[in-house]
Ligand binder design. Structure first.
Ligand code: PEP
Ligand code: MG
Length: 587
């Protein structure tokens, strides 16, 4: 038999979102409309297949009706009109009739039959001269995606064929990512997204390579294609050639050697050349990260994003939360584990908790605002953290704080929890450290006024950058303006550190900047006491710190604070970093 020619290698360039390289096959998730593998059915299966098809149509209709009902309160009718039209497309008798014929007479499976008919319709609309009618092809695609997902059983939990794969999506919400079976993920490739989207953050925490902003990704791929994802350079290689694979294997060997060296020294403290000790902790979202965190040399957890456990199990009781949190605390004792209280809102939507769709969710009902309004849920969480504290060393941190009043109100509820647990004779620690995230510019500006109410600050540069520069952290269109090395952000960091030190409290930084070794000298020069980053970065950051001299780092800060161009500041910092620890940049 003649051999089929090797498939042509193609390289797509995107934005690196999480380091590492993965090689595997493509698995689509989310809203893909991919060609199914045709499966002929037997005559006796026709009835069941027709039933399966109609169940998927019924389930899609229920989805659409639910969405329409949830939009009922909104003044803007556009979204509802579109969904009403989708209902008409879904129930178009011409389409359903043709699909039934394909199943009944041609013995096609429901996926293949529906896919082919929907595609025929889309192509017919695509050929129309009228713009408006051409646009309708997108509506058909949208409806078809929904039906296909129900047919595949993916609508509920994006299930897949069970083998580890490179997950590819047009976009992926943190909620969808939280629901994935993470044991099956080799890496993420996403058409939209950004480095600071929570999906990218999760990829870093879990140690998967990820590339975002891969334009034209879905058009170029088929389910099961062999691909290589390079999270260091932001490349997505379709059908990698033998030469490419060999090059990557070489690179992998260099990286493995470096990892081994870093691991060997990872339990040593991070002390600068002049003897300043910096705490390096890990950020975490899931309990399964524990083992990796213990192994990477982290001196505790500087930020545990509790909202991901919440999104996975929104109805967990206080006892269940106590059990989950205790496992983490015990696993890391005696090191400090800082639990950030629920930060839902923004791009981490819990529909049941958040209710209405907001025009500007990042400026809306998020973080401490939700917790203070839903004090029963907040107190349940605070009690669970206090109870977990009996097993080790816990800290509590409030997200999205914009003013002193929020910290005072949260501390009052915390005191209530403490009294109630003590009255019930439940064992809790005598004292826990309480801190706030500083991620809203107003909080940075009044850090001196907040300081008397807390034991520490942790600067969230992901949000501080977006709010200070008015650049949505997940909006691709303005991503070029999202620059953590903007002098305004650096000045805000400096203000916070100075205010904290003046008040005698410590300040960490837990935004993604903490894990970026090109800016470590800047952060050390700015005076941060702790850096908390994805566990995959911890050993590297510790190594970098050991190569730095604090006086030189301060001089670097003085030099860069005079610069106005964020890109120039980044360049100067990176050049400095590469001089101090070139070995971390070698490829
Ligand atoms: C931040 O904003 O920098 C932060 C650490 O919190 P998150 O990324 O979860 O918003
Ligand atoms: Mg934040």
């Amino acid at each position: 038999m003649p051999k089929s020619p090797p498939k042509q290698e193609r390289i797509l360039r995107g934005t690196p979102a999480s380091e590492g390289v993965a090689h595997g096959v493509v698995q689509f998730i989310g809203g893909n409309f991919d060609e199914p593998v045709e499966r002929k059915i037997a005559a006796r299966e026709v009835g069941a297949e027709l039933k399966r098809f109609h169940s998927a149509i019924d389930a899609s209709r229920r989805d659409l009706k639910e969405m329409i009902a949830s939009l009922e309160k909104r003044a803007d009718r556009t979204a509802r009109d579109i969904l009403e039209m989708h209902l008409l497309v879904l129930d178009d008798p011409l389409v359903t009739g043709k699909v039934e014929v394909c199943i009944r007479d041609k013995h096609e499976d429901a996926e293949t039959a529906y896919y082919c008919i929907a595609r025929e319709c889309m192509e017919a609309f695509n050929r129309m001269p009228d713009d408006y009618l051409r646009e309708r092809a997108l509506d058909i695609r949208d409806v078809a995606q929904r039906v296909m997902r129900h047919l595949r059983g993916e609508a509920v939990a994006h299930v897949h064929d069970g083998h580890p794969a490179v997950f590819v999506a047009h976009d992926l919400t943190p909620t969808e990512t939280a629901q994935l079976d993470r044991t099956k993920v080799l890496g993420f490739a996403i058409e939209l997204g950004s480095r600071t989207s929570h999906t990218a953050i999760m990829a870093r925490s879990l140690g998967f390579p990820a590339v975002v902003r891969l334009h034209g990704l879905l058009e170029s791929l088929h389910h099961g294609d062999e691909v290589l994802i390079d999270g260091d350079e932001g490349l997505f290689i379709i059908h990698p050639s033998p030469q490419t694979l060999a090059d990557y294997r070489k690179r992998e060997r260099i990286a493995e050697k470096r990892e081994a060296l870093l691991l060997a020294e990872s339990s040593e403290p991070a002390v600068t050349l002049d003897g300043t000790r910096i705490t390096v902790a890990a950020n975490a979202e899931f309990t399964e990260e524990l083992e990796h965190i213990r192994a990477c040399g982290a001196e505790g957890i500087g930020l545990f994003r509790t909202e991901f456990i919440h999104l996975e199990s929104p109805d967990a009781t206080e006892d269940q939360l106590t059990k989950i949190y205790s496992r983490i605390v015990k696993g890391l004792a005696p090191a400090l584990v800082i639990f950030r209280t629920l930060d839902v809102g923004g791009d981490k939507i819990d529909a049941a908790l958040s209710g209405e769709i907001e025009q500007n969710p990042f400026l809306g009902w998020r973080g401490i605002r939700v917790s203070l309004a839903k004090s029963d849920i907040f107190k349940q969480q605070l009690c669970a953290i206090l109870r977990a504290g009996a097993h080790g060393n816990v800290g509590i941190m409030y997200p999205m704080v914009s003013g002193v009043h929020e910290v005072v109100a949260a501390n009052r509820l915390l005191a209530e929890c403490r009294s109630e647990l003590q009255a019930a004779n439940i064992r809790i620690p005598e004292r826990v450290q309480v801190g706030t995230m500083i991620e809203v510019p107003s909080a940075a500006a009044i850090a001196d006024l907040i300081a008397p109410h807390v034991d520490f600050f942790s600067i969230g540069t992901n949000d501080l950058t977006q709010y200070a520069l008015a650049v949505d952290r997940v909006n691709e269109r303005v991503s070029g303006l999202y620059q953590p090395t903007h002098p305004a952000v650096l000045r805000l960091i400096k203000m916070v550190v100075d205010a904290a030190h003046h008040a005698g409290i410590w300040t960490g930084l837990c935004g993604e900047m903490a894990g970026d070794i090109t800016v470590t000298p800047l952060l050390i020069g700015l005076g941060l006491d702790e850096l908390s980053a994805a566990s995959s970065q911890v050993a590297k950051i510790k190594h970098a710190i050991r190569k730095l001299d604090i006086v030189q780092c301060r001089q670097l800060v003085e030099q860069t604070l005079l610069e106005s161009d964020p890109a120039e500041i980044q360049r100067i910092a990176q050049e400095f970093a590469e001089r101090q620890y070139a070995e971390l940049f070698e490829q």
